[in-house]
Design a protein around this ligand. Structure first.
Ligand code: SAH
Ligand code: SF4
Ligand code: F3S
Length: 484
């Protein structure tokens, strides 16, 4: 779902560093909006929807918060440190607001939804609070705030998918884009705040998804990542359309599952690469795996969070699968898509009552799967979640950290092994831009989502280039373009 690097809790902070809107238009006279996003790709994708709604509402975006009339923070509540980061940032803006009392500060996203009116009580500088399903109401909420009132809408919807809104691509490289295919989550993993902050799961209609992907292709984009908290449970039925509701509507009812959606998107063009995230081990089907196999443009990479390698802990986490089930899904991936398919994980260390032996099961699962990379976290208790209500957060912080360090060390070793498999092979790379270190080199990704760096020559952003891999580190592959 995310970036290539193996992320520790601290590195993750780097990834979660705010990204700001950089679309700077000549919009003299319009009110200026500055938006910063934290958390997962869904939030970044939502910020693009928010920007679209507010541009329609007469705002222009700015990359400089000091010029802004409205500052919005799109927040994450997944771990305590994610929330702390937002509070620190609000403190910074507090100084600005003292100088400019007319500045409007709004908080969006998961932390807004979790804290609701408490936000207005706890953080005096906040004027507007809007949850993930309330973004259409933002123009009104901002108007109220500009009139000097506090404004809040944290209503969670069972239907909202923002299907009709064309996102304004922020920080875009012009090559890769996120497309949201569903919202919310109906799983109740006991540690997780997302079902409370994003509400019930709902799937966006396939027609608007395909149209958005086609528009991206028409505008020069070459890769889409289909986003949802649990993409494998994507399920849409035309019976939901107004024309099918009520008496005698007639017509065939069309049902679309995730494998079928993937196929529809793959058929748009062989030149459009498709990725998706996140898959859930309980729901990923062989049908999805065979669809991936059938289309070259569906990338052979699956992010399949395990959370733990121990069945007792998985039960306490309410993940609804056990170690054997997870291994069965890994075996299916290897059998259907082959050894080279990239697989990444999310793991949590020090979940309630986890013993040393159970932690060893996580390490042995990692050895079994040989993950290409991973996102690893120490358990952070979230208020209101089933685990916070029923289970004691009884693993001391230093033990959580020690276990975290062990799984990170193992993942680094596995990543190097997995990256080494590519050395000597020729890989198709989609160029995303210059390498971070030098404009003499380009950077892109191979099918397995690994960053590949190679000399620029005459290639450019958006090109597919066949690159012979010559060396690797834990995080990147290096090579040279092969002449055809
Ligand atoms: N929908 C995705 C995950 C979304 S949250 C899935 O089901 O896999 C991203 C990751 O954050 C989770 O996979 C989990 O590893 C981690 N996470 C979630 N809640 C957490 C908590 N309370 N403490 C530590 N890590 C957590
Ligand atoms: Fe959270 Fe579980 Fe839903 Fe993922 S599947 S968002 S971890 S409740
Ligand atoms: Fe964070 Fe909400 Fe995403 S809690 S991880 S921004 S769904």
């Amino acid at each position: 779902m995310r970036d290539l690097e193996i992320l520790t809790e601290t590195d993750k902070e780097a990834l979660e560093l705010p990204r700001t809107s950089v679309e700077e238009n000549n919009n003299t006279g319009k009110r200026k909006l500055y938006i910063e996003s934290y958390g997962c790709q869904m939030n970044f994708s939502d910020s693009e929807i928010v920007t679209s709604i507010l541009q329609e509402g007469g705002y222009a975006t700015t990359a400089n918060f000091e010029n802004a009339d409205v500052i919005l923070l799109n927040t994450c509540a997944i771990r305590e440190n994610a929330e702390q980061k937002v509070r620190n940032r609000l403190n910074n803006f507090g100084y600005l607001k003292k100088k400019r009392p007319d500045l409007v500060v709004g908080v969006l996203g998961c932390m807004a939804e979790r804290l609701k009116t408490k936000f207005l009580e706890e953080e005096k500088i906040v004027d507007v609070v809007a949850g993930p399903d309330a973004y259409r109401d933002l123009p009104n909420l901002l108007n109220e705030a500009e009139d000097g009132q506090k404004a809040i809408n944290v209503f969670l919807s069972k239907e909202e998918t923002y299907a009709d809104i064309s996102p304004v691509r922020l920080n875009s490289n012009g090559v890769t884009a996120f497309v949201s295919i569903m919202r919310g989550c109906d799983n109740m993993c006991s540690f997780c705040v997302v079902p409370f902050t994003r509400g019930r799961e709902r799937s966006r209609d396939p027609y608007s998804i395909i149209k958005e992907c086609q528009d991206l292709l028409d505008n020069g984009f070459k890769e889409v990542t289909l986003l949802g908290q649990n993409v494998d449970s994507y399920k849409w039925t035309s019976a939901e359309l107004p024309s099918h509701k009520g008496e005698g509507s007639g017509g065939e009812v069309e049902n679309v599952n995730f494998a079928q959606l993937l196929e529809k998107v793959a058929l748009i063009s062989p030149d459009l690469r498709i990725r998706f995230s996140t898959s859930h081990p309980k729901d990923i089907t062989d049908e999805v795996l065979y669809t991936m196999k059938k289309y070259d443009n569906i990338c052979k990479y699956i992010h399949l969070p395990a959370q733990s390698g121990n069945s007792r802990i998985l039960k306490l986490m309410n993940r609804t699968y056990d170690r054997e089930w997870y291994i069965n899904r890994i075996d299916a991936i290897r059998n259907i898509l082959g050894e080279d398919c990239g697989i990444s994980q999310d793991m949590i260390t020090g979940f309630c009552s986890e013993t040393e032996e159970e932690h060893q099961d996580t390490l042995s699962l990692m050895e079994y799967v040989k993950y290409d990379y991973g996102y690893m976290f120490a358990y952070s208790e979230r208020p209101g979640t089933p685990a916070a209500k029923k289970l004691a957060d009884d693993i001391p912080a230093d033990v959580k950290q020690k276990r975290l360090a062990e799984i990170i060390d193992l993942q680094l070793k596995l990543s190097l092994e997995r990256n080494d498999r590519h050395v000597g092979k020729v890989q198709k790379v989609l160029v995303e831009g210059f390498s971070k270190r030098s404009e003499d080199f380009l950077q892109g990704r191979n099918d397995q989502n690994k960053v590949v760096i190679f000399p620029k020559e005459n290639y450019k952003k958006g090109d597919y280039v066949m690159v012979e891999i010559q060396s690797c580190s834990t995080a990147t592959l290096k090579g040279e373009a092969v002449k055809s």
